[in-house]
Design a protein around this ligand. Structure first.
Ligand code: NAD
Ligand code: UFG
Length: 336
């Protein structure tokens, strides 16, 4: 299958491209490089022996999309391209709606024009409201608390409406929980620009000496050790979830929604200990006030993906930390 991968040089996209190639499928990447580096392509080549086709460009460029869909005889699209910083989305909502919602609309219209009707989209657990007790299934009410989450939910809704209007569409929303880890080769991984917003890359930068200490945001939550609890999923498990979803959905009409998570909740301090073990030194941390907008605890009910896609997350917290550490220690400043 020839698959257009938008945002394919990004963190999750690059790991998914590796698995697409390993499956014998042909990824064609379009990425504006707004949050990734071109050298990712060399790394994918090193891992797989194949350098995927790459087009530098923006998904909001309708003409370019139509050209790529046609010239590469694309059969399905995995749509990763988007902006993802929750805090930035609060201060720059228009930028986020334009990139994430408008970008997805331009893509879907180009797909329609070119008769490409299979789309797998990067949605997020952040679309769920925090009023429900975990675990969160796909039935949990949605009510995102920031423009980033709203933009994901809007695209999910557009996909649902489009698939009702035309049964030729196969639309799949994958709601990721917290993706972490890196390819076991240490050649590709997460490479945030500036100060990392997220726990795992922050811990990795403390481990490699780029940051002094982890700030633990809140230790008075109603959780076993008082720190926030999340469902971390290894990025290679997440990538295999895309392969499973695409295999299932291609040619199957409708809007399909799946949670991709491990089903297990891990606290900030548990992660700090696991990472300390992986890198062989006790990583310093300071207890700090809660971060605005954070939820105490949630994790996935991944049952639907298990029973329908025959997919489940396999890797442990130790795997996540060891692989992140291998990536970070081999690439202390990220990609060249
Ligand atoms: P990432 O930033 O590493 O990758 C996104 C890629 O999209 C980048 O390479 C960036 O350059 C590109 N891009 C952004 N806007 C573009 C545009 N308009 N046109 C073309 N390319 C564009 O992020 P990631 O962690 O790999 O996330 C991939 C997707 O998954 C995103 O849509 C994100 O919102 C979603 N998601 C991520 C997480 C997470 O915690 N990482 C959780 C849930 C959902
Ligand atoms: N945390 C710290 N210190 C840090 C960073 C994070 O204590 O420096 C804590 C947070 O308070 C939270 C946990 O670690 O309890 C996880 O925080 P992350 O920032 O790593 O992840 P979030 O759960 O806040 O959100 C992430 C992505 C969202 C995505 C969501 C999906 O940032 O885009 O996962 O569940 F939607």
């Amino acid at each position: 299958m020839r698959i257009l991968v938008t945002g394919g040089t990004g963190y999750i996209g690059s790991h998914t491209c590796v698995q697409l190639i390993e499956k014998g499928w042909q990824p064609v990447i379009i990425d504006s490089l707004v949050n990734s580096k071109i050298s990712v392509l060399d790394r994918i080549h090193q891992i797989t022996g194949t350098r995927p086709a790459f087009i530098e460009g923006d998904v909001r460029d309708a003409g370019l999309l139509q050209k790529v869909l046609t010239e590469h005889a694309i059969e399905a699209v995995i749509h990763f391209a988007g902006l993802k910083a929750v805090g930035e989305s609060v201060s720059m909502p228009l930028k986020y709606y334009d990139n994430n919602v408008h970008g997805s609309l331009v893509l879907m219209k180009a797909m329609k024009q070119c008769h490409v009707k299979t789309l797998v989209f990067s949605s997020s657990a952040t679309v769920y409201g925090d009023s429900s007790e975990p675990p969160w299934s796909e039935h949990v009410p949605t009510s995102p608390t920031n423009p980033y989450g709203q933009s994901k939910l809007m695209v999910d809704q557009i996909m649902a409406d489009a698939s009702i209007s035309d049964t030729a569409w196969s639309m799949t929303s994958l709601r990721y929980f917290n993706p972490v880890g890196a390819h076991p080769s240490g050649l590709i991984g997460e490479d945030p620009q500036g100060i990392p917003n997220n726990l795992m890359p922050f811990l990795a930068q403390v481990a490699v000496g780029r940051r002094e200490a982890l700030q633990v945001f809140g230790n008075d939550y109603p959780t076993p050790d008082g720190t926030g609890v999340r469902d971390y999923i290894h990025v290679t498990d997440l990538a295999s979830g895309h392969i499973a979803a695409l295999s299932y959905a291609h040619g199957r009409s409708g809007h399909h929604v799946f949670n991709l998570g491990s089903g297990q909740g891990i606290s900030v301090l548990q992660m700090q200990r696991a990472f300390s073990k992986a890198c062989g030194r006790d990583l310093p941390f300071v207890l700090s006030p809660r971060r605005a907008g954070d939820v105490a605890a949630y994790w996935a009910d991944p049952q639907r993906a298990q029973s329908t896609l025959n997919w489940q997350a396999k890797k442990s917290i130790d795997d996540m930390c060891q692989d992140t550490w291998r990536w970070q220690s081999q690439n202390p400043s990220g990609y060249p």
